[in-house]
Design a protein around this ligand. Structure first.
Ligand code: PRP
Length: 215
């Protein structure tokens, strides 16, 4: 039987996803001792794990080279795509927010604001909903630098603990929306491997419920 191939987001979500798979009873020794390997079987080989960057998880699942994926809602909101989003996994919790220098009043005067973000679509959509015309500048990382250096009036970014903002003299001015890890499924896989995939989703949903009760 061909394994179900699951793309996992490397980094912050990786460990939590491996923990989830372990709670479901899959032996994840290969994922724990992976070295620089990017594809590995887990359990008794019924699942194959692929480690990828967040945006690429979406690409691999959308194209069908991976059946399922675990990726943040932030990436889904930014990149979009055609796939099923079947579960909120309840970890990787953070939020999108508008932040800038503590003393700055974003709405004084009638200027067009410049917003820096790694998530240009999320930033554009947010201000569009407020009927505000803004210039969005794409920054690849450490976006907190932009208002500090005077490149932008504010940022739209992920806030988890708030430490990065605080240590750089920035504060949240507006909440955009909550973010967490999501389970996504390729549309064709959902039809062709319905039984196996639904069984796995079912196990995951039971685990989510169990953890929610314990919390
Ligand atoms: C994210 C985000 C913030 C930071 C927020 O960056 O862009 O910089 O985490 O976390 P905190 O609220 O717990 O401080 P990440 O570490 O993913 O790296 P990046 O800046 O390269 O995107």
């Amino acid at each position: 039987m061909k394994p179900i191939r699951i793309a996992l987001t490397k980094g912050r979500l990786e460990n939590k996803t491996v923990e989830l798979l372990e709670r479901l009873g899959y032996d994840c020794t290969n994922a724990r001792k992976k070295g620089r390997k990017l594809i590995m079987p887990i359990g008794n080989g019924e699942i194959e794990v692929v480690l990828a960057k967040a945006a690429d998880v979406v690409t691999y699942v959308e194209s069908g080279v991976c059946d399922m994926g675990v990726v943040g809602k932030d990436t889904i909101m930014e990149k979009g795509g055609t796939f099923y989003e079947v579960a909120d996994l309840g970890f990787g919790k953070c939020r999108f927010a508008v932040a800038t220098l503590k003393e700055k009043d974003l709405y004084e005067g009638y200027r067009t604001l410049t917003i820096a973000s790694k998530y240009v679509n999320v930033a554009k959509n947010y201000f569009e909903q407020k009927n505000m015309d803004v210039d969005v500048v794409k920054i690849e990382g450490s976006v907190e630098l932009a208002p500090v250096l005077g490149l932008a009036d504010a940022i739209v970014d992920i806030v988890e603990t708030g430490t990065t903002l605080k240590e750089n003299g920035l504060v949240v001015k507006e909440e955009v929306c909550p973010v967490s890890a999501r389970l996504i499924v390729n549309i064709a896989s959902m039809k062709l491997r319905k039984k196996e995939i639904e069984e796995l989703i079912d196990k995951i949903e039971k685990d989510i419920k169990k953890r929610a009760k314990e919390a």
